[in-house]
Design a protein around this ligand. Sequence first.
Ligand code: MG
Length: 386
Amino acid sequence: MKIYVIMLAGGKGSRMNASVNKVLIPVCGKTVIARSIEAFVPFADEMIIVSRHEEQETIRREMSALSLPFQWRFASAGDTRQASMMNGLFALSPSDEDIVLIHDAARCMVDHGLIRRVIDSVKEYGTGIPGIRATSTYKICDPRGCVVSTPDRSALYEIQTPQGFRAGMLIPAVLKAMNEKVEYTDDAGIVEHYGADVRVTEGSSSNIKLTTPEDIQRALSILEGDNSFMRVGMGYDVHRLIEGRKMILCGIEIPYEFGLLGHSDADVALHALMDAMLGACALGDIGKHFPDKDERYRGISSVVLLEQTKKIIGNAGYAVSNADITIVAQKPKLLQYIPDMAAKVASVLELPVNCISVKATTTEMLGFEGRKEGVSAYAVCTVVER
Ligand code: MG
């Protein structure tokens, strides 16, 4: 018995007011589709990603970063959800006993427990769709908006995905629906239409479908947990500019006739960042952890110190979730080095690069930075409990 996953990612996401398909929007540093796909890693033997042609290259790049243990390929999106699902289904050649899970890629908050419940239900009953009991009262209304009836709330469920079926049950129903041109907004509808029992299994209130910008906010707050556990730190540092030293900022060597004076490599930007990290956790400052009297730190790369700072706050139970660094220097122009600097910090902190911001500014020749006597840096970061 194999488990096939059909990942529906072909929606236009017009309610999201975004320029890209909503499944390509990052949530906490990872795109919606990457999160959805990863959720199936422990379960899937094969996956079909149903998407629009013009987005397949972008999705392919996302996929290559995930190093997935199962085979996957694309199928083309259709005009309706059902057409897309069928394109996905016909790209597979399952045996009757195999399980097909159909998932909306926009439900990237799906968890392993829910997927497991769907699979268990399919194994036992041939079908399994996740649902949560209605907590609101629903009304059935006519086109004028007048109430026709009030369904019994205790019998109402809000249905989610993945929806799971034995292939031997799903495929004949889908073929019949095709011939008879029957259209449903969910996959179970087709199976129900042909008289099969569809079992509802317990869904999850976190398994939201990301449809509007507010849904993205909800997903963020679920992923980040209670924001009261988020802490903020700030750091500031200055180093003197002199001849005969290298200029190293955020771990990147910047070609310039002057460099920064210091006991370590004098990476003023990383020093500010480390102070922000330690400050966020109320763990003192870098002077306390890496004293400049200590010979071990003479000439040391601040990247090494950043790694150690990451460990120090990690041991206290914290991890950086984002950081914003501003380097104040009249010269040299830093703009071209910013992507490398951000990438360096992100890789040391093991964060997506869009969680690290590096900016550079001059002071219009005012102050010590403006007189090119020194370079300063400010950093702000947030940390969350790990
Ligand atoms: Mg310093």
